[in-house]
Design a protein around this ligand. Sequence first.
Ligand SMILES: Nc1ncnc2c1ncn2[C@@H]1O[C@H](COP(=O)(O)OP(=O)(O)OP(=O)(O)O)[C@@H](O)[C@H]1O
Length: 425
Amino acid sequence: MTDVVLDGVDKVYPGGFEAVRNVRLRINDGELFVLLGPSGCGKSTILRMIAGLEEITGGDIWLNGSVANDLSPRDRNVAMVFQEGALYPHRTVKGNMMFPLEVSGDDRAEAHAKVLELARALGINTMIDRLPRTLSGGQRQRAAIGRALIREPSVFLMDEPLSSLDAGLRTELRVEIAGLVRSSGTTTVYVTHDQVEAMTMADRMAVLRDGVLEDVGTPEQIYADPATVFVAAFLSSPPINLLQATLWAVEGEGLLLDFGPQRLTVPWEDARASSLISHHGQSVIVGIRPDTLMPIAPGTPAAPGTVLSGQVRALEFHGHEWLAYAEAGIPTVDAAEIGRPHRPAPAAPERPGLRDRVRELLGRPNQVGEAVEEEHAGHHRRSDLVFRIAPGNRPNRGDHVALTVDLDRVLFFGANGRRVNPVLR
Ligand SMILES: Nc1ncnc2c1ncn2[C@@H]1O[C@H](COP(=O)(O)OP(=O)(O)OP(=O)(O)O)[C@@H](O)[C@H]1O
């Protein structure tokens, strides 16, 4: 039975950079828990603090019911796999997997049987006599996972173990890793910046931004009911429409979302009306995922206050669907700018990581919002509404389209980026 509790954990690096702030988290025994966030948000720092490889500067880490702040990594019984699982180059796969058991003086025959069994589960049993350099990236990662799991750690920590693999292999391995750690029942903390990996693998997950926890829950909870604009945007592909509105409570009509040239109306019967009314006269951010907008044929009747319209400016073919970008004259907001904690930006850290430095060299942005914006750079930048179209039904560029909005699935955030109505967990 091993649960991991982070109780108000802080990390300030020498030089004063605050990488992690007041993180409170309980990872339950046997859970596959994912830490998700953009590069530099502090995911690896948290993992390394759990492993004991990095000192914490505030709060407590509890392992299995005891404070572990001062325990050495060896005494924590945790195992860790990194992005490039480092294997001993002169040992075979079997030699690598045997090594932890040799160190702890296990019976050789038993150790051998155990290695074979795990290698089989990892699908590398036919290559256990090969050296790491003769393996593919995916096979090396499997061997590294095998070496980490062989001595049955209480906690298994994985830091972006799939990020150096190609997309097909990543998909294949994430299914296998999730299956393997679930069947072993080992409490696992898995770090990634890939939202698909997080949502498909996690029992529960946490979203981090600038060293602060923005949201914790099951993938379904976080996707359907995100706590902040940042979380909604980070977990949305294609990107969520984030529209700026002023909210007016109008007797007899409902709650008017005034976008300037267009309006929507939330009826009084809506369960969220009592929360929304406290924002009367204020700015709100309206989050509409592309699949919440449904194109309707011209002249089709629709309930008043449920339709937005625009002129199609660009279309993208995605195989199973088209994505359309329509100019609607509605001001949009950039999730990266909303609700940012006040602190020095991590743009110039004391010790930039290798990836930070490479990004700098390539001129790539480091923050998620900027990355999202960059994806839309160029021809989509000025577009206001993104929506999906089933194949065979697509409008043409320049067409005016009417879109019904599924109001039940629209998300409302205050100007500070937090949800207007309480988040259900
Ligand atoms: N030893 C250090 N000294 C100073 N700053 C550091 C140190 N290690 C990391 N940082 C900074 O702390 C912040 C968090 O780093 P961390 O590696 O935890 O982020 P991350 O979310 O894992 O990012 P990535 O996905 O790029 O690995 C970054 O801005 C990083 O540059």
